[in-house]
Design a protein around this ligand. Structure first.
Ligand code: C5P
Length: 232
């Protein structure tokens, strides 16, 4: 199940497809986020899917349960492989998302939850959102809520993956960004780790953007990630 997901943080269809054209061998699992989806619409998902890639559609839905249920049934028809919601939307909303995603034949994309965004500091949680618990307490509680709702896992920092696994279960998936090669720059990421260490910690999927997209040889960087994280 372990896999490397490339974050395709490009703003245009042309840039994205030119990047993906380089991968003539193994077709990577790719993450499409809000920027590309809002710029190009659902067609970009169909196009990348038709090229043989698996897709994590990272739209982080958060609304009333009925709206999320209906939106998820539309995304499910796009045949994505993984998508997500904010756990802050509550257990009811996450259950509704799962219902919406489930196709008539019972199959569905993987559904994971965002716990606390890494951009949210403890100070902001307390002063702006009036949440008194620590970040780790909220991550654990939100992950447990996601599990109670029947979701497959959460997005979290690799340094939190162990905490989530210990407090949910070992088979509850962790999808972890914040990955850097040992010999590379951190960019704007703070809590980072290497693909090899993410594997040891127990991440199920790593989400890797700039270490691959901005590399001189993106295919070689991707293959290096796979060797370190998957072992192949
Ligand atoms: O380029 P880089 O490897 O830092 O990209 C990481 C990807 O993971 C980006 O698409 C970023 O938005 C996403 N992400 C993250 N941290 C989170 C959640 C998502 O870096 N907590």
């Amino acid at each position: 199940m372990r896999d490397v997901i490339i974050a395709c943080d490009f703003s245009s269809r042309e840039q994205t497809l030119a990047f993906l054209d380089r991968f003539t061998g193994r077709k990577p699992f790719v993450k499409i986020g809000m920027e590309l989806f809002y710029a190009c619409g659902p067609e970009i998902v169909r196009e990348i899917k038709a090229r043989g890639h698996k897709i994590f559609l990272d739209l982080k839905l958060h609304d009333i349960p009925n709206t999320v249920r209906k939106a998820m049934s539309v995304l499910s028809r796009l045949d994505v492989d993984m998508t997500n919601v904010h756990a802050a939307g509550t257990i009811d909303m996450m259950r509704a998302a799962l219902e919406g995603l489930t196709r008539p034949d019972g199959t569905r994309p993987l559904l994971i939850a965002v716990t606390q965004l890494t951009s949210t500091s403890q100070e902001r949680m307390q002063n702006e959102l009036l949440i008194g618990a620590t970040i780790n307490e909220t991550i654990v509680k939100y992950a447990q809520n996601a599990k109670a709702a029947g979701l497959d896992g959460v997005v979290c920092s690799p340094l939190e993956a162990e905490l989530v696994k210990n407090n949910c279960s070992n088979d509850f998936m962790t999808v972890t960004p914040g990955i850097r090669f040992a010999d590379a720059a951190a960019d704007d990421q703070v809590r980072i780790t290497t693909p090899a260490r993410a594997r040891e910690i127990g991440s199920d999927f790593i989400v890797v953007g700039r270490p691959i997209t901005a590399a001189d040889d993106p295919v070689e960087a991707y293959e290096r990630c796979c060797r370190e994280f998957i072992g192949e």
